[in-house]
Design a protein around this ligand. Sequence first.
Ligand code: NAP
Length: 249
Amino acid sequence: MSPRHILILGGTTEARELAAALTAHPDVRVTTSLAGRVSRPGAVEGDLRVGGFGGAEGLADWLCAEHVDTVVDATHPFAQSITANTARAAQATGVPAVVLRRPGWRPGPEDRWHEVASLDDAAALLPSLGHRVLLTTGRLGLAAFAQLTDLHFVARSVEPPEPPMPPHIEVLLARGPFTVADETALLREHRIDVLVTKDSGGAATSPKLTAARRLTLPVVVVRRPPLPEGVDTVPDVAGVLARLGLLAP
Ligand code: NAP
């Protein structure tokens, strides 16, 4: 019997962990798909393919051509298009889909969070909160802040951002995980008075929230886009393995 073929749509820590967990099963073939945005992605166990599929139709064709048995959408909570495409391709082909979404962050009583629906809303709110901003929203979202000419930005991203971006900006290229001590030092060194983040969730980048809490800084948190209706969602790798019937007894 040919092995079950699982396609993981990746780009997250959990996707890598899932690929490693699945390759341990001899009757499973794993392919991870990456968008190709990052120039040096970490090593992935199993097969790897890189680049877009060509929308939901292209993905549906790929699922059929490669005899995929289950597709796991383990993309980032803010990767909205690929998640919508996966739901449509799964519906069109009948290939079961599972969405692996790590839980979002929740504020504690000492946090000074301002939750907003979009980067544009974050930009509109910023001038009322501070003047020296740490932006951790990714290199593709800087255009939303380009009109804020009176504020000073420190933008941290994995890959160099491209214009448009605000005029007063320092770019820091770095990839998590980060520690609370590092994040506290960064906020102090740059005299940051407000932090902007997406609600990515997960432990790798949450120390910035702890550091901001300790320094009593306001944090603008961009809420996640909604998931397509009716998708089967699990919060972690164990949840996917359970769905696939592959959890150790
Ligand atoms: P997106 O807006 O949802 O996707 C845009 C297009 O990129 C999709 O329509 C698809 O092209 C292609 N694509 C996205 N993920 C893909 C994957 N895993 N494999 C093959 N093609 C993929 O996604 P995004 O926000 O640009 O994110 C791109 C990748 O970076 C994702 O894999 C995501 O997990 C990762 N990432 C995103 C963020 C973020 O904040 N958005 C943060 C960290 C990591 P086609 O339509 O041609 O198939």
